[in-house]
Design a protein around this ligand. Structure first.
Ligand code: ADP
Ligand code: MG
Length: 351
């Protein structure tokens, strides 16, 4: 097991696409690190460059004490799980799991023993003789994980390993994979485009955009204090309200309403500054009665979130959303007021 450190890592593909732009990243030994970002931002390239499947155009990859930048994939001692599992259709589960050991010339009895041990750990013991075509998607995914775990690498690299599972299996697999990683303590880089998955699983996470890391932190830090409007709009199961405004003395004028300067921005927004005001719908207090510092408007949409509702208010020519607890949701057309929490609202200057 080992820490992973990337220094100024750059990847330019033939044709000129700069998929990684001088990335710096340090992942401590044993951490479950999630890499989150929209399609095309460079996540797969980053994993493949760590694994040695792509050659870096600049910078270095250090795994443990070793600079592996110039080493072949086989010499890097990392194991990667791909999005499509890449199982061998003509091999049974045992041989699929044992395949990397066969490549390492481990004797048949020893590799079958290892496959049985890892398979049992992943609840595959009754399926060891089946071929991939005779397994469900969730079972195939576990075989792919087992194959990686049988190799005892210094680090695991997962490229959206849950994205082919249906919603319920995916939630189960999350919990399971997280627990397993804890038990094994192997440094893991987990790529996903699903913010909920990253928040749920990661010890720490990075949010990427077009070859750059826009923020690194714990899920709580990234959720509560997104560093910029890109991260703010990418994280959260309901999108953050991001509204243009301007500082007016000791208040902010946002969407035609006067709201208080958030605690985190006190003393930082001189009069007249153009800002973007950010507050999550979860951090609004909704009321049918006017309140000082609240956004007031007409209820345009009420969406059921299960134990709560997402209320969309038309406020002037923008919309403001608030999560409202079950039982107190308004009706479309009502007048409504959403009071942001001063300790949770944010002010951006990068809008
Ligand atoms: P992600 O995994 O976040 O969706 P990728 O790492 O696959 O992103 O791609 C990052 C960028 O690099 C994209 O613009 C993509 O089109 C480009 N790219 C990926 N692989 C290649 C390749 N083999 N040759 C040229 N461009 C590539
Ligand atoms: Mg990808």
């Amino acid at each position: 097991m080992a820490a992973i450190e990337l220094r100024g890592l750059t990847k330019v593909y033939p044709g000129g696409v700069k998929a990684l732009d001088a990335l710096d990243l340090a992942i401590p030994d044993g951490e479950f690190f999630a890499l989150l970002g929209p399609s095309g931002c460079g996540k797969t390239t980053l994993l493949r460059t760590i694994a040695g499947l792509e050659t870096a155009s600049g910078g270095s990859v250090v795994i443990g004490e070793r600079d592996v930048t110039a080493l072949q994939p086989g010499a890097r001692d990392v194991a990667m799980v791909f999005q499509d599992y890449a199982l061998f259709p003509h091999m049974d589960v045992t041989d699929n799991i044992a395949y990397p050991l066969r490549i390492k010339k481990v004797a048949k009895a020893a590799r079958h023993e290892k496959a049985a041990e890892v398979g049992a750990r992943l609840g595959l013991d009754h399926l060891m003789d089946r071929r991939p075509g005779q397994l469900s998607g969730g079972q195939q995914q576990r075989v792919a994980l087992a194959r990686v775990m049988a190799t005892q690498a210094q680090a695991y690299l997962f490229d959206e390993p849950l994205s082919n599972l249906d919603a319920r299996l995916r939630l189960e697999a999350r919990t399971f994979l997280k627990k397993l990683q804890r038990e094994l303590g192997v440094t893991t880089v987990f790529v996903t485009h699903d913010q909920a998955e990253a928040l749920a699983m990661a010890d720490r996470m990075a949010v990427m955009e077009s070859g750059h890391i826009r923020q690194i932190g714990t899920p709580a830090e990234v959720f509560q204090r997104p560093a910029n409007t890109f991260v703010a709009s990418f994280i959260g199961s309901t999108p953050m309200n991001l509204l243009d405004g301007v500082a007016r003395g000791d208040t902010l004028e946002v969407a035609g309403c006067k709201v208080a300067v958030p605690v985190s921005a006190e003393g930082r927004v001189p009069d007249g500054t153009a800002i973007v005001y950010g507050v999550r719908p979860e951090y609004m207090t909704y009321s049918a009665e006017p309140a000082d510092g609240a956004f007031g408007g007409k209820v345009a949409i009420v969406e059921n979130l299960g134990a709560s509702h997402l209320v969309t208010l038309d406020v002037g020519d923008v919309i403001v959303q608030a999560v409202v607890p079950e039982g107190s949701e308004p009706l479309v057309g009502d007048d409504g007021y959403a009071l942001p929490r001063r300790d949770r609202a944010l002010v951006y200057r990068d809008g």
